[in-house]
Design a protein around this ligand. Structure first.
Ligand code: PBG
Length: 332
């Protein structure tokens, strides 16, 4: 930098000389307390079925959940979000709404083992329907598609089953129009007005969900999710999605996936600075890092922390990430 003769030379490198000062001027702090770990739960006993595309993750049988919850809490991870793999699927995903379904039983197991662990539940039908779509399919529009309003009613039923089991946060993820309002009304009417809703407000139709669909056995059997999840090319529309969810009573918003959508995270935070914002660092983002690291092509720890820091820097207050345990071990 040249000296103008009037002003002294500005040297930003002065702030980078001493490690202590570098730390003092650091703008973004990533903490394990920001992280939410997704878990996949199934029935059976003593099953830890590895998910090949997500190294370090497995489908866990219900009986292993207490031990898992204790390990997660001991690592300092404050919250989990549960995904269920039911024994049976049908056209309407009826297993999702039963009080003895996989998620209500999982919630009870976790809460019993570690009451202080925050338990979130994903509310959606793709794991429970035989066609793998996120709601009831009908062809009333002239082609097979998820019937929005018929699905809303079922989303309420599923949410209530989770709330009755003791879920701390309900997270509807199906991208049906009006789903936050419907779930809010349903929870309130049943005396669960104290249960917050984390809305998958801007959820994109993304190729990054590939490994998750293996993990949750939830791939659509025909077509794709483009008629309900967002087009990756849109960001203005995400702000409309988010504004509707805020108006309908969402307590926490979410953008998903995270890494290819940092602009969306940023814009949502700018538009709704007072509403807590979550971002979902999804399965494909995790799998890419693990695969590259396994090949020795990147430094896994460094890249993972850089990715999570960038998600926070963009504006997320909390992050759902499969890396939560790795991060907890690294920063310990
Ligand atoms: C269910 C759901 C999905 C994910 C979270 N909830 C899959 C999908 O929409 O197909 C994906 C999470 C991930 O990839 O880690 N609707």
């Amino acid at each position: 930098m040249s000296d103008s003769g009037i002003f002294p030379t500005v040297r930003l490198r002065r702030l980078r000389q001493h490690p202590v000062l570098r730390e003092m001027v650091r703008e973004t702090e990533l903490s394990v307390r920001d992280l939410i770990l997704p878990l996949f739960v199934r029935t059976g006993s003593n099953i830890r079925q590895p998910i090949s595309s997500m190294p370090g993750h497995a489908q866990l049988s219900l009986d292993l959940l207490a031990e898992e919850a204790r390990e997660v809490a001991a690592l300092g991870i404050p919250a989990v979000i549960l995904f269920g793999i039911p024994d049976q699927k049908d056209a309407t995903g009826s297993g999702a709404c039963r009080d003895d379904g996989i998620i209500p039983r999982a919630v009870q197991a976790v809460k019993q083992a570690v009451p202080e662990l925050l338990v979130m539940t994903d509310v959606c039908f793709c794991e429970y329907t035989d066609h793998g779509h996120c709601g009831v399919v009908s062809d009333r529009t002239g082609r097979p598609d998820v019937d929005n309003d018929a699905t809303l009613k079922l989303l309420v039923d599923q949410s209530l089953a989770h709330a009755r089991a003791g879920a701390d946060v309900i997270a509807p993820s199906g991208m049906m129009d009006g789903f936050v309002g419907a779930v809010r009304q349903g929870l309130d009417a049943a005396g669960f007005e104290h249960i917050p809703i984390l809305s998958y407000a801007a959820k994109y139709s993304s190729g990054f969900y590939g490994p998750f669909r293996e993990a949750a056995e939830s791939a659509p059997q025909f077509g794709d999710r483009a008629s309900y999840q967002m087009d990756p090319a849109n960001a203005d529309q995400a702000l409309r999605e988010v504004a509707l969810d805020v108006a309908e009573g969402a307590d926490i918003l979410m953008v998903k996936p995270a890494l290819s959508y940092l602009d969306v995270i940023y814009r949502v935070k700018q538009a709704h600075p007072g509403v807590p914002l979550a971002a979902y660092n999804v399965s494909g983002e995790y799998a890419m890092v693990k695969a590259a690291a396994a090949n020795g092509w990147i430094d896994e720890r460094r890249v993972t922390l850089e990715i999570l820091t960038s998600i926070k820097r963009a504006g997320a207050d909390m992050i759902l990430t499969y890396s939560a345990k790795d991060v907890a071990r690294w920063v310990k």
